[in-house]
Ligand binder design. Structure first.
Ligand code: FEO
Length: 164
């Protein structure tokens, strides 16, 4: 039996994942406007992935007999200073998501809710990958700096991301 306070935390995370999806979609639109179609493609897939994360919470809440509580999704900001600004914010955002997942994990451990802990383990692993990927891209952007050729090649590489 999953306690109400844990279902509430899972619902909160469901909302956060939808917000992540929104945020990355707004970033994709910004990048397209900047003629960085490869980066935009990458970010669109990221937005879809976040929707998939939200749906994992949705499915789990229902599976344990909880009530899905869909709240308003905060509007994302619409513009950034540069592609480097976009990925700095992405990395920071993913670090916040990791903290949020850890907080729910702590709740489940304190409550000996082993089933939910195991469910959350997937997200703990996923966050390691999410942070590492954002960090790697940010380092590559910094490496090429403002050189048009470097950014062009990087944009091409980002455009090759395939959907999972
Ligand atoms: Fe759903 Fe990027 O964390």
């Amino acid at each position: 039996m999953v306690k109400d306070k844990i279902v509430e935390a899972l619902n909160h995370q469901l909302n956060s994942e939808l917000f992540s999806s929104y945020k990355y979609l707004a970033m994709a639109a910004y990048l397209e406007n900047e003629n960085l179609s490869g980066f935009s493609h990458w970010m669109q897939l990221q937005s879809q992935e976040e929707y998939g994360h939200a749906m994992k919470f949705y499915g789990y809440i229902l599976q344990v007999g909880g009530k899905v509580n869909l709240q308003n999704i905060t509007a994302s900001k619409e513009t950034w200073k540069s592609v480097s600004d976009v990925f700095e914010e992405t990395l920071k955002h993913e670090q916040e998501v990791t903290k949020s997942i850890y907080d729910i994990m702590d709740l489940t451990l304190a409550d000996k809710d082993h089933a939910t802990s195991i469910f959350l383990q997937w997200f703990v692993n996923e966050q390691v990958e999410e942070e590492a990927t954002a960090d790697k891209i940010l380092k590559k952007i910094k490496l090429v700096g403002d050189t048009k050729n470097g950014l062009f090649l990087l944009d091409r590489e980002m455009g090759m991301r395939a959907a999972k």
